[in-house]
Each structure stands twice: as C-alpha cells, then as structure tokens.
Ligand binder design. Structure first.
Ligand code: ATP
Ligand code: BTN
Length: 327
C-alpha cells in the first residue's frame, strides 16, 4: 500500500468514526485521496464501514505496531534495536541484506505487511495486514554455524513459553520448529545463516505468529491454522505480544549461547506434540522414513525409532507428518 494508506489506517485503527473531511485535514490530503486510501486498505483485507454523514470506521479496531509502545513493554534491559516498517518484501530478506552491510547484533525488523513472506523450503508465509506479527531478529554468534544445531528448536520453545505467559494455553511444538495448537499451525520460524562452519556467524531468525486470521486468509493457507485472538478470546495488543516474544527469545538465546540446546531439551520435549507418536519424515531427495518420534537429542535431532533402531534425523530440508498415535 502507499504510505498515505498506512497513515489513514493509523487514524482509523481506534475503531471510531472519522469523517472524510477530518481525515483529509489530519493527513493533509484531499478527500478523494483519503477515499482512495480507504479503497486500498479494504483491498488488503481490512473491512471498513462507510456511513453517510459519519464517515469511515473499521469493522474492528486494529492494534498497530508502535516503536514507543513496544519499547515501554520491552523495558530498559532489552538488547534489541527495533525498526518498525509499514511493509517489506520479507523481513528476513531485508535483515539478511542489513547483516551483510554490518547491522549490529540484536537488530530487529518488524513489518505490518510482507509482500512476499517466506516459509521453510521456499513455501509462502501468508499474513494479513496488521493481522500477525512478522519480524526478524539478527543474532551474531561467536560460534560457527556448525554448533548451531538445535537453534530453531530453542526459538520454538521461546515462542511457546511467551505465548503461554500471554494467556494461550495448550500450544505445543512440532519438530523441528512449528508452534501448533491442536494440529493447527499458530506460528512458524525461518532461520537463515551467514558465515563459516567454524567462524562467527550471523543468524537471522524470522518469526510469523498469527494474531487475527480472517476467513479469506484461512482459505489461502493450505493447512489448518490457529490465531492468538481466537485462543485468548480477546483483542491482542500486538506491541505487548511482540515485546513478550522478544523478551523470551533473548532469554533462550542467551542460554543457548552459553550451553547449547541441551538445557532446553527437557522443556522442549514436554511440549512436543508428537512425543511417542507414529510419524513419517520426508527426506531431501524424495525418500521417507517412518517410525515413532521418541523426542529429540541434545543437538535437536529428532530421535526416530525404526525397526532398525533409533535414528537421529537432522532438521535440514525435512518435513514431518503424524500417521497415528503409538500404543
Ligand atoms: P513441515 O516443516 O513439517 O513441512 P509445514 O507444512 O508447516 O511443516 P513449513 O515449510 O514449516 O511447512 O511452513 C510453510 C507452510 O506454512 C506453507 O506451506 C503453508 O501451508 C503454511 N502457512 C503459510 N502461512 C501460514 C500461516 N499464516 N499460518 C499457518 N500456516 C501457514
Ligand atoms: C515456516 O513455518 O515455514 C516459517 C515461517 C516464517 C515466517 C516469518 S514472517 C517473518 C519472517 N520473514 C519471512 O519472510 N519469513 C519469516
């Protein structure tokens, strides 16, 4: 959307009526431009009511990202420097570019809208305008990429812990790094790295959390999805939720830097939705392996019990599906 549409959206976010005239004055544009901006907002899936004599009003108030509010929720001790954008192609792509240009450790980019959000394995990540949290965190590790196995599981655990503290009960982890609620995907993680296997590495941790999923968006996603507002039964303050997620990500990453995945393993396993279930793992190259998911190793590998014994499966380009519950 054009910058003006975001400015108009910020005025409308409170869910109150705003006349075309007052909006035009507030955003310093013509009434026709405001009308066009409202059209653009609607075209992006946000419902706007127009009532003659009263003006425009959103069907539901929106919680938009705001640097000041986010900082207040984060507090002084958080190491993050957060940039909030109206839109980006993909916050991961942008932060990877910034990392190459030398962006500092703990830089964060969050966007209200991604034109081309990316999931794992080149799959698309869908999110409505201001209806999700889509953000990326740059973490510079002194260790090489070779020691970062288990990192994506650690981040998944951070998300579940934060969501729980936020009032979402029953969220669990699907190996390697999906956050699910009753088999519905609530959040996804995309980790991308720069650096050598042994030298320091820059890691971009991309997180997408569904906050308010519209029916239209649900139908675009080719698997069952869940959202935080439905699970908590109340409107979500997205700045507060983002701060809670970042705080927990920071806590978990500090622990991961110190001791790897091992100290987080037990808690991860407690929330593992396929623990002791029959699963099928698709491997790169088209083959597959079936067995019982017996949890994860201290490096984050899935321990798959097969007829030939327990095999560690490393995350890479693999996909896991449940095939039934073990006896
Ligand atoms: P696996 O990694 O086991 O294959 P997955 O099917 O979730 O799990 P990922 O590559 O992790 O696959 O995630 C990308 C997928 O996420 C997309 O193919 C799409 O089905 C789904 N998806 C996209 N947007 C959303 C969303 N907002 N909420 C839930 N799921 C989504
Ligand atoms: C997945 O489940 O496959 C991972 C989804 C990751 C989505 C987030 S949204 C913010 C960041 N930018 C992206 O393009 N992707 C990640």
């Amino acid at each position: 959307m054009k910058p003006l549409a975001y400015t108009v959206l910020r005025w409308l976010a409170d869910g109150e009526f705003h006349s075309g005239e007052a909006l035009a004055r507030a955003v310093d544009a013509s009434r026709a431009s405001v009308w066009n901006a409202v059209q653009e907002i609607e075209a992006n899936g946000v419902e706007v009511y127009r009532i003659r004599g009263r003006g425009y009003r959103l069907a539901q108030p929106l919680s938009l990202l705001d640097a000041g509010a986010l900082q207040r929720w984060l507090g002084e001790s958080a190491p993050f420097s957060v940039e909030i954008l109206n839109e980006a192609e993909s916050t991961n792509t942008l932060l990877l570019e910034r990392a190459r240009e030398g962006a500092p450790h703990a830089s964060v980019i969050a966007a209200e809208w991604q034109r081309a959000g990316r999931g794992r394995l080149n799959r698309p990540w869908h999110a409505g305008l201001a209806g999700a949290l889509t953000f990326s965190v740059l973490w510079r590790f002194s260790q090489g990429a070779a020691t970062l196995a288990g990192l994506s599981l650690a981040v998944g655990l951070a998300l579940v812990r934060a969501l729980e503290a936020f009032g979402v009960s029953g969220a669990g982890l699907k190996w390697p790094n999906d956050v699910v609620w009753r088999q519905r995907k609530l959040a996804g993680i995309l980790i991308e790295m720069q650096g050598e296997a042994l030298g320091p590495s820059a890691v971009v941790i991309g997180v997408g959390v569904n906050v308010r999923l519209s029916n239209a968006l649900q139908t675009r996603i080719d698997q069952a999805a869940a959202d935080v507002e439905t699970l908590t039964g109340q409107p979500v303050d997205r700045n507060r939720l983002l701060a809670a997620l970042l705080t927990e990500i920071n806590r978990v990453l500090l622990e991961f830097e110190r001791a790897g995945f091992a100290p987080l393993r037990e808690d991860w396993q407690r929330r593992h939705v396929h623990q002791d279930c029959a699963v099928r793992v698709s491997l790169p190259g088209g083959s597959a392996e079936s067995g019982l998911a017996r949890g994860v190793g201290s490096d984050g590998a899935l321990l798959l019990e097969t007829a030939q014994g327990v095999k560690p499966i490393h995350s890479g380009d693999v996909s896991l599906r449940a095939v039934g519950r073990a006896a």
